[in-house]
Design a protein around this ligand. Structure first.
Ligand code: SF4
Length: 295
């Protein structure tokens, strides 16, 4: 059996930055709250809680506290509320997400209604939408394009969407509107993780995707990989059933942008143990990477 890890796996720049800011804030000795879970990974959220980062569910409940905004951002109204209520706000919104807020705001100023490609229920998209005017719409990749009454339109993407979905949406809109402004705001970390996981899936008998079940980018990896080979999505090594490895010679590991390295190592080691091997990995660097040149 060979086990290989997708070349781009695990924490992205925005998540690392948010965690770093949270850790620094806790070191100041004050209680720190994150508005919503800091990252979409329940085990890591628990770990952060034990280090002093508590999760708050609403901006209204926070007064005179230190509050960290997670990497996928919050709504404009929540941000204003936090400031109004005397909180010290540490803005760990990923700069790529903040950029979408600015583009949406500017598009409206320039007279373009905005259509967001993404999951309307996802906090990142809820945040993005709040920076637009009343006309701002959201469409998911599998939904029909809404009726557009305006002659001009600005299309912008949730950072974790697939480029093919954005392309498809643009093709559908071209006959419907006279003037189309398109921002490709899919972030590089997302496309890299998607590409390297897909390549690995093409060359594997089984893909194990590791990451939060609520993580949008991890779910997308699982969906993409399943187009090429059997795929299982797990959060921790405990969920890995030995039976899924049966008869599989080439095992691929992929992990979303909010998956900590130790989770990946734990899953790798569990596979080794199932195989009766004793020489376990001590860090992510010990896991062989899949070389993508052939894709
Ligand atoms: S996936 Fe991209 S946009 Fe989202 S937090 Fe990471 S770097 Fe930022």
């Amino acid at each position: 059996m060979i086990i290989r890890l997708a070349k781009h796996s695990g924490f992205c720049f925005g998540v690392r930055r948010a965690i770093q800011l949270a850790v620094e804030a806790v070191q100041e000795g004050q209680p720190v709250y994150s508005l919503g879970e800091l990252i979409h990974n329940p085990q890591y959220v628990q770990e952060m809680e034990s280090r002093g980062v508590r999760v708050a569910s609403s901006a209204e409940s926070l007064h005179d506290s230190t509050v960290i905004i997670r990497s996928h951002g919050i709504t404009k109204q929540q941000h204003e509320k936090l400031l109004e209520q005397g909180n010290i706000v540490i803005d760990a919104t990923c700069p790529y997400v903040s950029k979408t807020h600015e583009l949406i705001r500017q598009a409206n100023i320039d007279g373009y209604p905005v259509l967001i490609l993404g999951d309307a229920e996802h906090p990142e998209v809820i945040g993005m939408r709040s920076y637009g005017n009343q006309e701002t719409l959201v469409v998911a990749p599998d939904e029909d394009v809404p009726n557009i009454s305006s002659k001009r339109l600005c299309v912008i993407s949730q950072t974790t969407q697939k480029l093919g979905h954005l392309n498809k949406l643009v093709q559908q809109l071209i006959p419907k509107v006279m003037e189309l402004k398109v921002y490709n705001t899919i972030c590089l970390a997302t496309s890299q993780r998607q590409h390297s996981s897909q390549c690995l899936a093409m060359n594997s008998d089984l893909i194990i995707v590791i990451g939060g079940k609520q993580s949008s980018n991890t779910k997308m990896l699982s969906k993409l990989c399943s187009e090429y080979c059997p795929t299982v999505h797990i959060e921790t090594e405990e969920e890995l059933e030995p039976s899924v490895l049966s008869g599989k010679m080439r095992i691929g590991l992929a992990a979303g942008a909010s998956t900590p390295e130790n989770r990946i190592v734990d899953v790798y080691n569990k596979i080794l143990k199932i195989n009766g091997e004793e020489d376990l990995a001590t860090s992510i660097q010990s896991i062989p990477l899949f070389k993508e040149e052939s894709c």
